[in-house]
Unconditional design. Structure first.
Length: 183
C-alpha cells in the first residue's frame, strides 16, 4: 500500500503530489522519517564485543565480522575481526582474525594481520602474521611466518609440499604394515 503511493508520488508532477498528501502525506512522512531513522542507524557505532565468560565451554566453530572476547574454553576454530583471548581462556583450534591479542592459551594455528602475545600468553602452534609483538614472559612453541596477507590460506601450499616427502616415506612403511596385517 505504501509502495503504491510512493510510486504514484514520483510519477505525477509536484502539483499532483500536493493533492494526495492530505491522506497519504502523514503516512508518507512517517515512512520517510522512518527510513531516515534507519539510515543513520545502519552506520551506528560498532556493536560491543561478544564475550564468552570463563564458565562457558564451546564445542564448535565461531565466525563473526565483529569482535570476540574469550574467557572460557573453545574447542573449534574462531574467525573474527578482533579476538581477545583472556588469561583464563583456552582455545583448541585455528584462530583467524585481523587483530589477535593473546593473554591465555591457544593450541593451534594463529593467523592475523596483527598478533600480540602478552606476558601471560601460551601458544602451541604456528603463527602466521603481518606484524607480531611478543612480550617477555610469553610461552610460544611453534614457527612464526610473516606474510603480507596472512588471513588467506594460499601460502599453506608449502606445508603440503613438505608433507609430500613424508608421504613418499609412508608408502615404504605401508607395505610393511599391510604385510604385518596379512601375517
Amino acid at each position: 500500500m505504501f509502495s503504491k503511493s510512493k510510486i504514484n508520488e514520483p510519477g505525477p508532477k509536484t502539483s499532483e503530489t500536493t493533492t494526495p498528501p492530505t491522506g497519504s502525506f502523514d503516512t508518507g512522512a512517517a515512512k520517510t522519517s522512518g527510513m531516515g531513522d534507519y539510515k543513520p542507524a545502519a552506520p551506528k557505532a560498532k556493536p560491543a564485543a561478544s564475550v564468552l565468560s570463563s564458565d562457558l565451554h564451546v564445542t564448535g566453530n565461531l565466525k563473526t565480522t565483529g569482535d570476540i572476547n574469550v574467557e572460557g574454553t573453545v574447542d573449534g576454530d574462531i574467525r573474527a575481526h578482533l579476538l581477545t583471548v583472556g588469561e583464563t581462556a583456552t582455545i583448541r583450534g585455528e584462530v583467524i582474525a585481523d587483530d589477535v591479542v593473546i593473554n591465555g592459551r591457544i593450541v593451534g594455528r594463529v593467523r592475523g594481520l596483527k598478533v600480540r602475545l602478552t606476558s601471560t600468553a601460551r601458544v602451541e602452534g604456528d603463527i602466521i602474521h603481518k606484524t607480531i609483538a611478543i612480550e617477555s614472559g610469553a610461552h610460544f612453541e611453534g614457527s612464526v611466518q610473516r606474510q603480507d596477507d596472512p588471513l588467506s590460506g594460499n601460502k599453506t601450499a608449502a606445508k603440503p609440499a613438505a608433507a609430500a616427502p613424508a608421504a613418499n616415506a609412508a608408502p615404504a612403511a605401508a607395505p610393511a604394515t599391510s604385510g604385518t596385517g596379512n601375517s
